[in-house]
Design a binder for this molecule. Structure first.
Ligand SMILES: [Fe+2]
Length: 375
C-alpha cells in the first residue's frame, strides 16, 4: 500500500498587494493518531512557513490539542502564562477561561455558553480595543471599524520562557461580515479584514526590512521586560496601532506588584534564531521596560525605549505585510510563536458567537539569540 504523505500548500495571498511570504495549509491530518513522519512534516512546515493552518479539525479533543502542542517541546508542560492569569489585575485576566480537565488549554471568544468542555454558564468577551487603547473609534463606527488590539508574542516574559508554538482552534466562527481595520497613527493606512481575524506578521520580515545599521543594532541589543508585565502595564494605554504603550507614567510602581524575584526578570535578545535558519526581530512591545544597548549602557527612559522599538517594528505591520487569517470552523492554526507577532482584531456585537481554544506551553529552554546562546 502506498504511504500517503501530507500535502503542504502555501496560503493564497490575502489581497493583491500583499507581500506576505509565510503561511501554509495542510488538509486531512488525523491528529488523534499522528505518526512521527507526519509530525515532522508539520514541524518543518511550521519552521519554514511560521503559520500553519490544519483544516477540518473541528472534532479535535482538548487532550489531542495539548499533546500536539507539547510535541514541539516534549519537556514543556505548564501553560505559557503559568498561573499568572489568576491575578485579577492582569490585562490578560478577562480574556481566557481554563478547561478544567486540560488546564493548559484555554477557551476564548465571544458570547454566552451554557456548557463547553466542563465549563458551565460562561460568558466570553472578545477583547475590544476600547479597553486598551488611549484613543478609541467612536461608538457609531464600532461595528464597521476595528484596530489591531495588541501586537504580541504569547509569553509571560517573567519567570517562564516564551512558548515555542501556539495552537488555536476555531470551534465557532460568526458568519462572514468584514470590517475596516484602521491604523489611526497618522499614516491613513487601513485594511479590509474578516470579522474577528487574527493578524500575523513575520519577525523575519520585520528584521529584513531594517537598514543595515539597525540590523546590526538589533543583533546586539537586548530588551529588559517589566516584572509581572501584564499587571505592571494594566493602568497604561496603548497606541492606536496596537504596537506598544503610550508613555504617561501610568504603569504601576514596582512596589505595587506581586513580590519580584530579580532572577526571574527576563532580559532577552531582540533577535531570535529560527530552527530552520534566519533571524526574527521578536520584541513584545507593550511589556518592554529597558534596552540593554550594544555598548553596555542601559536605556531606561520608557518613552525613549518605546519610541525606539516602535520605529524598528512599525514598517513590518504595514498592511501589505500582514496576514489576516479568515477563520473557518475547524481550522487549527499552529504558529511559530518565536518567529511571528500576532494580534487580536475585531469588534463584535454581544450576540455574535465565537468560541476558540488556545494552547501554548512555557518553553523548556530559553530563546536562541543571534550568538547561538539560549536566553
Ligand atoms: Fe496571543
Amino acid at each position: 500500500m502506498a504511504v500517503k504523505t501530507l500535502e503542504v500548500r502555501p496560503l493564497p495571498p490575502p489581497h493583491p498587494d500583499s507581500t506576505v511570504d509565510f503561511g501554509a495549509e495542510i488538509s486531512n491530518v488525523d491528529l488523534e493518531n499522528l505518526s512521527e513522519a507526519d509530525f515532522q512534516v508539520i514541524r518543518n512546515a511550521l519552521y519554514n512557513s511560521h503559520v500553519v493552518v490544519l483544516k477540518n479539525q473541528a472534532g479535535l479533543s482538548p487532550r489531542a490539542q495539548y499533546e500536539l502542542t507539547k510535541r514541539f517541546d516534549p519537556a514543556s508542560d505548564n501553560y505559557g502564562h503559568g498561573k499568572t492569569l489568576d491575578a485579577k489585575r492582569s490585562v490578560l485576566h478577562p480574556d481566557l477561561k481554563t478547561i478544567p480537565h486540560q488546564p493548559q488549554v484555554q477557551v476564548i471568544g465571544n458570547g454566552f455558553y451554557e456548557e463547553y468542555e466542563g465549563l458551565k454558564n460562561i460568558t466570553l468577551k472578545h477583547p475590544h480595543h476600547k479597553t486598551f487603547h488611549k484613543e478609541i473609534i467612536p461608538e457609531e463606527d464600532d461595528l464597521d471599524a476595528t484596530r489591531f488590539y495588541r501586537w504580541h508574542i504569547d509569553a509571560a516574559l517573567y519567570a517562564l520562557n516564551p512558548p515555542k508554538v501556539t495552537s488555536l482552534l476555531a470551534v465557532k466562527v460568526p458568519a462572514g461580515r468584514r470590517q475596516t481595520l484602521r491604523f489611526d497613527d497618522g499614516t491613513g493606512e487601513e485594511m479590509d479584514v474578516p470579522l474577528g481575524t487574527t493578524a500575523f506578521v513575520s519577525g523575519q520580515n520585520m528584521y529584513n526590512l531594517l537598514s543595515e545599521e539597525d540590523k546590526e543594532f538589533v543583533r546586539n541589543a537586548k530588551v529588559e521586560y517589566a516584572p509581572h508585565p501584564y499587571i505592571w502595564m494594566s493602568p497604561a494605554k496603548s497606541r492606536s496601532d496596537g504596537l506598544g504603550m503610550i508613555s504617561e507614567g501610568l504603569e504601576l510602581p514596582l512596589s505595587d506588584l506581586p513580590p519580584i524575584n530579580e532572577a526571574d526578570i527576563k532580559i532577552l535578545p531582540m533577535c531570535w534564531k529560527n530552527p530552520n535558519g534566519g533571524l526574527a526581530l521578536q520584541i513584545h512591545p507593550s511589556a518592554i521596560k529597558a534596552i540593554h544597548m550594544p555598548n553596555g549602557e542601559v536605556m531606561t527612559d520608557l518613552k525613549e525605549v518605546r519610541e525606539l522599538v516602535h520605529r524598528l517594528q512599525r514598517p513590518a505591520i504595514s498592511a501589505q505585510h500582514v496576514y489576516p487569517h479568515d477563520w473557518v470552523e475547524g481550522d487549527l492554526v499552529l504558529f511559530n510563536n518565536q518567529g511571528v507577532l500576532h494580534s487580536v482584531v475585531g469588534a463584535f456585537s454581544p450576540e455574535e458567537q465565537r468560541l476558540f481554544r488556545q494552547c501554548n506551553l512555557a518553553s523548556s529552554e530559553g530563546v536562541m539569540g543571534p550568538d547561538g546562546k539560549l536566553y
